[in-house]
Design a protein around this ligand. Sequence first.
Ligand code: PAF
Length: 287
Amino acid sequence: MKIILEPRAMQGLADEVRSRAGRIAFVPTMGFLHEGHLSLMREGKKRADTLVVSIFVNPTQFGPQEDLDAYPRDFDRDESLMREVGVDVVFYPTDKDMYPKGYQTYLTVEEVTRNLCGKSRPTHFRGVATVVTKLFHIIKPHVALFGSKDFQQLVVIRRMVEDLNMDIEIVGCPIVREPDGLAMSSRNKYLSEDDRKEALAIKEALDRARELYRNGERDARALVEEAHRILDLHPGIRIDYVSLCDAGTLSDIETIRAESVMAIAAFVGKTRLIDNCVFLAPDEEAI
Ligand code: PAF
């Protein structure tokens, strides 16, 4: 496994792989890897002969009051996990290499960034779109893999790739959960034992909404209210949003007609967690 620190060196390696008609799969991460990341890497290995993983805690996607400095980091642990999975190349740049002095170029994706997390984190997706574009230019992947827990991020990246004619296949992979149902996240590390129990209400609310949907409920407000009711039973949870949106445009809907997503963001203690559940279009959903 090669560890590359500099963008130029990474670009050279990507050129070399491409010149021998090799295929590059790419998994972008902010490190502190968990099974969700590893599942993306295993999928990436099936889809290409060279698997590149980036580890970079991207400062531009954190707001001023957010957890950039506290974000968990453990490169040694990440390194051994990546070796076990069989990662070929780790791209591990510094902040200075990614955003050198004088840096001033940012990428904005419009409508799909306005709802959900975009409301409470107004600069987040600008940072994500910018860094992912930079990483795409540096790593030159044929295929890039993203987890569906960050559902809005996946929609934003797909939109950006299509709008900017980037010749990269974007693969969304299923949410990986702990045995009790909590969606895996590097931020779960912040949860105390009590927080951890409270956090399970998020999955409970999503499961209940799915159950109502499967029983024929199509009124979005009824599902959102039921999810609120469940979350409100837990004093340790502060809801940021519960939304039911069209899965493609991410605009709120009143009635579920097409593929839709219920997305929840909530603070458990100081930790902001997100999770979601996709409802297929009514005629596609297997009941
Ligand atoms: O999902 C993440 O970990 C980050 O948003 C990403 C895609 C690595 C960009 O920094």
